[in-house]
Structures are given as structure tokens and as C-alpha cells.
Design a protein around this ligand. Structure first.
Ligand code: MRU
Length: 361
């Protein structure tokens, strides 16, 4: 998608095949910085410290991390150790483990001398597949938005949580791909952007993306969604996901569940956009089984923003002695989901539908 009218992906590799470039998302929307990563250690830091974030993007980044390791140290034991190292960096989004396991399985079939080239090609393939899946999610989701707009005969109000846009993927995004496609097709719409405390991915990243694509949007405090839904000001909610279980339970950024409850109470359709790489058919009950990342309390007690003199400054919000807790994700039970927008079409969030979708090529 576009930054100042120039096309960017969130990750791309150097032509030398020896490094990978990422947009360092920690400083957006105030500073646009590209970083070059040249080792698996650098990739692990970029994932853990959230220079890159979003389930599909951390999967693609981890795949490139494995490719960088295959260049420097292609022995089987080293690759296995590297895979475990990357998988421990963030536990909730299944895309990370999925991509690392896929890379490792492929590399173990190769002899050490051919591993680097194979790894590089596979990482590029994972990235390209992500772009293609999100593009198709966009097509299916835009049809849904178009039909809703025709029925309502007025501009649509779409609510989204966190950032499930192109910055969270390699390109297009998941939840925002339908918005971008529908907007380009002339569907009149406006996006309510949940700020998404504590890291504010909505206020800082989603708003920035939508602005660069010219999509009308308004940033709201996380607590505003229920009120807007009660007053008919939200026509549809579309969120991303970090892991979806076989039963259709959806794990996404903390606060998603509360929005789904409010949507259910007010008859607002509530969708998650899900590339199949985010489906974990090995788990069933999302609330009990999905590991929820707990991050530093400092993300709750402190906040970073632009000061009047244009410096980025961090300030404390809470009393020095107050404890804080920081759960990164929550699980929305499948009964609250209207559907899942996937690259294979739109499915109900049910065990039966997901099993059938998996069987479909
Ligand atoms: O902690 P983050 O910023 O990695 O969390 C991101 C989300 O929860 C997204 O909604 C999800 O990964 C879907 S991204 C297409």
C-alpha cells in the first residue's frame, strides 16, 4: 500500500539475498524508519520488541529469520535451535510458529549446502502467499461491504480494533483489505478506529495507514464502541486475528471480546478477517487453550508521543507505586462471531464450516 503515494510492503529482502528490510513500526506515525536486519538475532529482537508486529507479518519476518540463519549456520542442530528461539519470541499469533515450522520442515529435507538458497526462496514464497491471501480476503470482504452499502443506501460506518492493515501483514492487511478494496471501488465508507490501548496500534498505525490511502476515519477511545453501536453508528465491525481454533473461537488484540459483546447486544455484524495461516486446527476451546502473551507493565504505565518541540517523549500515566498488568490478547467465543472472511470465501465461525473450508483446495 502507499506511503506518501509510494508503494511499500512492510517487509522486503535485499537483492543480495543477505538481508531483509522492515519498517520500524515503533515510531509511527511520527517517524518513518526502515531498518535492515542481517541475522536471526536481529529478527528475533524486531519481533519481540515489536518493530514488526501483526500475526502475518511476524510469520513472514520469522521465515526470513530462518533464511538468514540458513546462510550463516545451516547445520541441522543450529536450525532447530534457531526455530525454537524464534518461536519463543511471541507466543499468541500462530502464524509465527506456522512459518518457522514450515521453514524447518523444508530445510531438513535438504543437504546443508543447498539450504540457504532453498530457505531464501521459501521465505519469499511465504511473503508472496500472504499478499495473495490478503488480496483475496479484500475481494470477498469488499463484496460484503458493497452489499451492505446497497442495502443501507448511505455511507457505511465500519469499526475496527488494533491494526490489521498492511503494516500487520506483508501487504493489503486482513481486516483493512476489504476497506481498501471497497473504497477503491467507490463504496462510500468511514472507519471508526479503536485507539487500542496500551500500545495504540489503532491510533498510531491504522489511522496512519488509512490517512495515506485517503480513507475517511475517526480515532475513538477504546471505550466508545458500545455507545456508538447503541446509537446505530456502526454498521459492521471487522477485526483481525492472531489465532482461530477449530471451533471458530477468535483470538485477537485485547479488547476485541468486549467489542464483540457490544456488537452482539446491538445486532451489529461482527467479522474477523482470517488468512488460513492463522487457523490452528490443533486447538478447540480458545479461552482455555490459546496462550495469551503478557507484556511489560511499562506499556500500560507509560506512553510515548510527540512533544510540542517535535521530540518523541515517554511520560508516565500512573502513580509510581501502582502495579499494572498487560494481557496482549483475548478470545472471542465463536458464538459471538458473525463470520470469518478468508481467502477461500466467507465462512461461519463453526467447526463444521472450518473443517469443510480446510478440505477445499
Ligand atoms: O500485538 P500486535 O500488534 O502484534 O497485535 C496485532 C493484532 O492483534 C492484529 O489484530 C492481528 O495480528 C491481526 S493482523 C492482520
Amino acid at each position: 500500500m502507499k506511503v506518501d503515494n509510494k508503494h511499500y510492503c512492510s517487509i522486503w529482502h535485499a537483492e543480495t539475498g543477505r538481508s531483509v528490510y522492515v519498517i520500524d513500526q515503533r515510531w509511527l506515525p511520527h517517524r518513518f524508519e526502515v531498518k535492515e536486519l542481517t541475522s536471526i538475532e536481529a529478527v528475533e529482537i524486531a519481533i519481540r520488541e515489536m518493530w514488526v508486529r501483526g500475526a502475518p507479518l511476524i510469520g513472514a519476518a520469522a521465515a526470513y529469520g530462518m533464511a538468514l540463519l540458513a546462510l550463516s549456520d545451516p547445520a541441522s542442530a543450529q536450525l532447530e535451535e534457531g526455530a525454537a528461539f524464534l518461536k519463543a519470541s511471541r507466543p499468541t499469533a500462530v502464524n509465527l510458529a506456522w512459518a518457522v515450522d514450515r521453514m524447518l520442515a523444508l530445510l531438513m529435507q535438504k543437504d546443508a549446502a543447498s539450504r540457504a538458497a532453498a530457505a531464501w526462496a521459501e521465505a519469499a514464497k511465504i511473503a508472496a502467499e500472504d499478499v495473495a491471501a490478503n488480496n483475496t480476503i479484500g475481494v470477498h470482504g469488499a463484496t460484503l461491504l458493497h452489499e451492505l452499502a446497497l442495502r443501507l443506501r448511505r455511507p457505511l460506518n465500519v469499526l475496527t480494533h488494533c491494526n490489521a492493515g498492511w503494516l500487520a501483514t506483508v501487504d493489503w492487511g486482513t481486516a483493512l483489505a476489504p476497506v481498501y478494496k471497497a473504497h477503491a471501488q467507490g463504496v462510500r465508507l468511514h472507519v471508526w478506529v479503536d485507539e487500542t490501548r496500551p500500545r495504540n496500534q489503532g491510533a498510531s498505525l491504522t489511522a496512519w495507514e488509512l490517512g495515506h490511502e485517503g480513507v475517511p476515519h475517526t480515532v475513538i477511545a477504546d471505550n466508545a464502541g458500545g455507545h456508538l453501536m447503541q446509537h446505530g453508528m456502526v454498521d459492521i465491525a471487522i477485526v483481525g486475528c492472531d489465532r482461530v481454533t477449530a471451533s471458530g473461537d477468535v483470538c485477537n488484540k485485547i479488547g476485541t471480546y468486549l467489542k464483540a459483546l457490544a456488537a452482539h447486544d446491538n445486532g451489529v455484524p461482527f467479522y474477523a478477517a482470517m488468512p488460513f495461516a492463522t487457523l490452528d486446527m490443533t486447538l478447540d476451546d480458545g479461552v482455555r487453550e490459546i496462550p495469551i502473551e503478557e507484556r511489560s507493565a511499562r506499556e500500560v504505565t507509560h506512553i510515548t508521543g510527540l512533544a510540542a518541540d517535535e521530540r518523541l517523549v515517554e511520560v508516565r500515566l500512573t502513580p509510581a507505586g501502582s502495579a499494572a498488568a498487560n494481557f496482549g490478547f483475548d478470545v472471542t467465543p465463536h458464538r459471538l462471531m458473525t463470520g470469518l472472511i478468508t481467502e477461500k470465501g466467507i465462512y461461519p465461525a463453526t467447526r463444521k464450516a472450518l473443517a469443510a473450508a480446510c478440505a477445499k483446495i
